[in-house]
Design a protein around this ligand. Structure first.
Ligand code: ATP
Length: 215
């Protein structure tokens, strides 16, 4: 059974730094598809600026044209905070026979020990950590120990259910795109055009979603 990829995020807004790595992970690992999961009430970070409806619409508009991507609204439909561990538990019920691969940019992975019930994540899913400009793996500390204990370079390890042997961690180089949603919001607030940093189909509505800063 091919694994399913999971990419959670605030997508405030969605940009090519989300989409290109997700597609490359899907193709390099032979995943069945990648589920893009927008958070409703993000934890561990400030609340999004764009509305929930708008963030979902951007994802749907773009994913409609990409057969490898599916928008999954389970965090949006849940009242409780968007804890990833709860999301993975619910995905395991939906897809009991498929291994789950949680895709994280390096910046997100470096903070994994602060996530709610983080150790349980590795009983539910494998982690696929993509390189991201500006974030490097540490040589020591909890994250380095986690890598030492769990790392694999074998894609076939991800085809086993993580609950049988504990989740594995695969570090994957992807095309490096130094794009962040924060930088896009700041550009738009200063009246600059984020063209070519995100899909053109959503660009106009992204520009309208972030207020111009007053002089
Ligand atoms: P913000 O700047 O608002 O914090 P962001 O651009 O980091 O947002 P998120 O929605 O928080 O985007 O990120 C969701 C996931 O996508 C995280 O795992 C993050 O590491 C990953 N990601 C975001 N941008 C990139 C990028 N340029 N390259 C690789 N991974 C990325």
């Amino acid at each position: 059974m091919q694994p399913i990829g999971i990419l959670g995020g605030t997508f405030d807004p969605l940009h090519y730094g989300h989409l290109r790595p997700a597609l490359e992970v899907c193709e390099q690992l032979g995943l069945d598809h990648v589920r893009l999961i927008p958070s409703r009430v993000p934890v561990h970070r400030p609340q999004p600026v764009a509305t929930l409806e708008q963030r979902v619409e951007w994802l749907q508009q773009v994913a409609e044209e990409v057969p490898q991507m599916v928008v999954d609204l389970r965090e949006v439909e849940r009242e409780s905070p968007s804890w990833m561990v709860v999301t993975l538990e619910s995905l395991k019920v939906s897809f009991p026979k498929r291994p789950l691969c949680l895709i994280l940019g390096m910046d997100a992975f470096l903070k994994i020990e602060s996530w709610h019930r983080w150790e349980a994540l590795l009983q539910l899913a494998h982690l696929v950590v993509t390189h991201r400009p500006g974030s490097l793996l540490p040589d020591e500390g909890g994250v380095a120990e986690l890598i030492a204990a769990r790392q694999t370079n074998q894609v076939t390890d991800l085809y086993r259910l993580p609950q049988q042997q504990g989740g594995r961690i695969l570090l994957l180089p992807v095309t490096q795109l130094e794009i962040s949603a924060t930088a896009i919001r700041e550009m738009v607030a200063q009246g600059e055009d984020p063209r070519f940093l995100l899909p053109d189909t959503i660009r106009r509505s992204v520009i309208n979603q972030y207020p111009l800063e007053e002089e």
